[in-house]
Design a protein around this ligand. Structure first.
Ligand code: NAP
Length: 253
């Protein structure tokens, strides 16, 4: 074990780009010890070296979170290096990149990465957190988990929100916090093809850092998207609006 016990140890998935990369920068600047996980090893290692040239406070662990053995190896590497995990940020996620989900044979992958891996990693880190009586699970969901827009992706993100809100109640008084961060559109690889104006991923990174300082049930960012959840309360209005969006997109393709 090489780290000083005063640092908070954060295991962050999906750290090789977008929101995860921005979160790694934000948390490293705040002094956290980090375990960065994602599949693209070169990007991950380069980021870890940039954030911590000594390669002791920030480590890169290449991992496909959809692979059960790789998840176990990830948690083992984190514990071998730092001795404990104080925070798990489940940020790794995928979409299908447009088109009808039922025509894309990859749709189960969206559930494996976005939902199953979130639950499985939580199950792996929870025993240690419960034994110490402290910890924090932060799950990155989406506004598409508040307003249903895409079959496979919304199923996964509604699932992440349902899981997280239930877990918060299951862990009540245990000392382990559970927070959801639900981004609206921000500029990352996932939204590269969209022409909508959107801010960079730093706004989400700051929200993740914010819930670690002050635990919250759920934070939606950018703030404007807080209005979007209201749409789901009035399906008679939101159904035709969202359906119109689909047909407009189909016409453009
Ligand atoms: P991104 O730049 O594509 O980042 C996705 C990250 O997840 C990458 O680091 C990717 O790394 C990792 N990842 C994907 N599959 C993985 C796997 N099987 N195992 C390990 N890591 C995996 O997109 P992003 O926008 O930052 O997405 C981050 C999170 O925000 C996702 O959960 C996404 O659903 C959510 N979100 C994004 C937006 C948005 O507008 N951008 C809006 C709402 C929610 P590798 O490819 O190297 O594995």
């Amino acid at each position: 074990m090489t780290h000083s016990m005063s640092r908070r140890v954060v295991l962050l998935t999906g750290a090789s780009s977008g929101i995860g990369e921005a979160t790694a920068r934000e948390l490293a600047a705040r002094g956290d010890a980090l375990v960065l996980a994602a599949r693209r090893e070169d990007r991950l290692r380069a980021l870890a070296r940039r954030l911590d040239p000594s390669e002791s406070r920030v480590i890169a662990v290449p991992c496909d979170v959809a692979d059960p053995a790789a998840r176990e190896a990830l948690v083992r590497s984190a514990l071998d290096h730092f001795g404990q995990i104080d925070v798990l940020v489940n940020n790794a996620g995928v979409g299908l990149g447009g088109g009808a989900w039922w025509e894309n044979p990859d749709w189960p992958r969206v559930l494996h990465v976005n939902l199953e891996a979130v639950m499985a990693l939580t199950a792996l880190v929870l025993p240690g957190m419960l034994a110490r009586g402290r910890g924090h699970i932060v799950n990155v969901a989406s506004v598409a988990g508040q307003v249903a827009t895409e079959g496979a992706y919304s199923a996964s993100k509604f699932g992440v929100r349902g899981f997280s809100h239930a877990l918060r109640r299951e862990l009540w008084s245990s000392g382990v916090n559970v927070s959801v961060v639900s981004p609206g559109f921000v500029r990352t690889g996932m939204t590269a093809r969209s022409r909508l104006p959107m801010p960079g991923p730093e706004v989400v990174a700051r929200a993740i850092a914010g819930v670690l300082e002050r635990p919250r049930r759920e934070v939606t960012v950018p703030r404007l998207y807080r209005l979007a959840a209201l749409a789901e309360l009035v399906p008679a209005l939101s159904d035709p609006l969202i359906a119109h969006g689909y047909s407009a997109r189909r016409r453009r393709r």
